[in-house]
Write a protein that binds this ligand. Structure first.
Ligand SMILES: Cc1ncc(C[n+]2csc(CCOP(=O)(O)OP(=O)(O)O)c2C)c(N)n1
Ligand SMILES: [Mg+2]
Length: 584
């Protein structure tokens, strides 16, 4: 096949009528004056000027110059091996830091490769900025040509564009700001015929927007909430990702204390109430049997920043039939979407909790509610790890619960945990503790397999001083395999725990009981440790608890990732999976 038309005719390095290949050179070879003069240079400089410290991606002719400029102006660039994972790295970075995750990709296939991660970021409302090359409007026959605008909008991301030399800096600054204000991924298209043009505008025409102030609750809404709260005998607070993003943990803790509430989270908000005496952990399919017993006894449930979908309520079972529900969310669309609310408050979770506590204090209302020392003891002694199970470890396989509990004990408390999707997902959710909600990465908004490793790499790069765990299945590991090389090359303090059942276990456990043939979703045993070693990582095969000793050695001297191919017993089926499939 001949050279690709669009790359030969137009590229940011050469320009439409630019010098011959080899003459124009790389940005790094250019004179300093030349380096900051093109639209691509200004876009890179402007994005770096927003305070971006790290960016991820894969370089091609459509994004090399802009990425070089980003780096020249202070950002570090971390090269991935597949754009799908590069996007997940930016997403994971944003989840743990709260900053915008930046990802740079080539036009056409570079962008299409990001789509699954982009859909996840859109559904989980992660602020991500994607810098993507774009074929020129006139290059109708370019091999790279697709409708990039409609493509990204179709998965819920925002499409934006650098319009020209006169607006380059404003276009870049606007796209970055939109990722923050709309709390969504934004794809900034960089047409490759516009990129090499001399920039007319080199600085944004206005300063960066001040941070948005949190929407405050209306006084009458607080009054109505108080009248429900004072009638309640057993209140519960369920907090979701909206509460995490609002930094509402401390205010919810105070409110809980004032009204005597038990505390729980949705699965994505796991860790928000870590270590608190009346915290029941996750509500829903991953709820401990004790949490599942207590939560439905609540007569009032205050839902902060959670959509209370079937996952969080276990198809309604977590909220008693007669319980009143007050739902607090910044987004009107979230109210009553999955479960009717008796009262809605459209406001920030933290601001609302603060206003409720203040008003209750004014009225001298405190209530013991659920909170007795007996309950605190019961909660402390009835977590998942206290729940008895028949250990199904054999000579060949380890029970995934046993492996998870042992790992939890070996790892320091200050760790981040990123998960993938699949049957195994319940085990890290139930048994691996996290110190806070920002340390828990749950990329399951799109329920896609294969995103966890990229998320974990982004988190490990953001916070190199503590171990990050990627808890993934063998199916998810194979989908993101190339990034084991990235983790090794970047010498990340990353522990990759592969729950390896040599199968798409989720499908096996769902379909086999119905009598379907599941041989297509079972695979021969694969030596994932061998593959990881070939990629440059340390690795071990784990069949028994003793094999986990390598984790302790590694923690003493990490210098790069450790990959554990944990051969889990494939016959064990987690209860939570049934719930998952009821949802369809
Ligand atoms: C990208 C994508 N492809 C397919 C699926 C359907 N699917 C859901 S779980 C699963 C199996 C995942 O296997 P693995 O990572 O080994 O986890 P396990 O279920 O075996 O624990 C599949 C294929 C999906 N959710 N996402
Ligand atoms: Mg599997």
């Amino acid at each position: 096949m001949g050279p690709l038309v669009s790359e030969v005719e137009v590229s940011p390095e050469k320009g439409v009528n630019g010098p011959e290949p080899g003459m124009a050179g790389h940005a790094a070879e250019d004179s300093p004056a030349r380096q900051d003069s093109s639209v691509a240079d200004v876009v890179g400089a402007t994005i770096a000027g927003q305070g971006v410290k790290d960016a991820f991606g894969i370089l091609g002719s459509g994004n090399l110059v802009v990425t070089n400029a980003l780096v020249r102006h202070g950002a570090r660039f971390h090269h991935a091996r597949h754009e799908g994972s590069a996007l997940c790295m930016a997403d994971g970075y944003a989840r743990v830091t709260g900053a915008v995750g930046v990802c740079s990709v080539h036009q056409g296939p570079g962008l299409t490769n990001t789509m699954t991660g982009l859909a996840e970021a859109a559904k989980s409302r992660t602020p991500v900025l994607v810098l993507a090359g774009e074929t020129p409007a006139a290059a109708l026959t370019s091999n790279f040509r697709i409708d990039q605008h409609d493509l990204v909008e179709s998965v819920g991301a925002i499409a934006d564009r650098v319009h020209g030399a006169k607006t380059a800096a404003d276009d870049a600054a606007r796209a970055y700001q939109r990722a923050i204000t709309d709390r969504r991924p934004v794809v900034l298209m960089l047409p490759i015929d516009i990129q090499p043009q001399p920039a007319v505008q080199t600085e944004p025409s206005q300063p960066a927007m001040p941070p948005l102030s949190a929407p405050q609750p209306a006084t009458d809404a607080i009054d109505r909430a108080i009248s429900l709260i004072v009638q309640a005998k057993r209140p519960a607070i369920i907090a979701g990702r909206g509460a995490v993003l609002a930094g509402a943990g401390p205010e919810l803790e105070r409110l809980g204390e004032t009204i005597g509430a038990v505390l729980a989270t949705s699965a994505p908000a796991n860790g928000l109430f870590a270590g608190l005496p009346y915290a029941l952990g996750i509500s829903g399919g991953f709820a401990s049997p004790f949490a599942a017993q207590v939560l439905p006894q609540a007569d009032l449930v205050l839902v902060f920043g959670a959509s209370v979908n079937h996952w969080t309520t276990k198809h309604g079972a977590m909220i008693g039939p007669d319980a009143r529900v007050i739902q607090i969310d910044v987004e009107p669309r979230a109210i009553g979407r999955n479960r009717p609310a008796d009262l809605a408050i459209i406001a920030d979770a933290s601001a609302t909790a603060r206003a409720l506590t203040a008003e209750l204090n004014n009225r001298n209302h405190t209530h013991q509610g659920f909170r007795t020392s007996e309950l605190a003891t019961q909660i402390a002694t009835n977590t998942w790890r206290h729940d008895p199970y028949d250990d199904a470890s054999t000579e060949e396989w380890i029970d995934p619960r046993t492996a998870s509990i042992a790992l939890n004990d070996l790892l320091p408390a200050n760790r981040a945990v990123a998960v993938d999707s699949g049957h195994f997902l319940g085990y890290p959710s139930m048994f691996l503790d996290v110190p806070d909600a920002r340390s828990w990465l749950f990329p399951n908004g799109f329920q896609a397999v294969g995103l966890g490793l990229g998320n974990a790499i982004g988190a490990a790069i953001a916070q190199p001083d503590r171990p990050t765990v990627a808890a993934i299945g063998d199916g998810g590991a194979f989908m993101a395999l190339a990034e084991l090389e990235t983790a090794a090359r970047l010498k990340l303090t990353l522990l990759v725990v592969i729950y390896d059942d040599a199968a798409y276990g989720a499908e096996v456990h769902h379909f086999a009981p119905m009598g379907h043939d599941v041989s297509l979703v079972r695979f021969p045993d694969a030596d994932l440790a061998g593959i990881a070693r070939a990629a440059g990582a340390k690795a071990a095969t784990v069949r028994r608890v003793d094999d986990l000793g390598v984790v302790t050695e590694w923690l003493a001297n990490p210098h790069g990732p450790l990959v554990l191919d944990v051969k889990v017993n494939p016959t064990i089926c987690a209860e939570w999976l049934e719930e998952a499939f009821r949802a369809g």
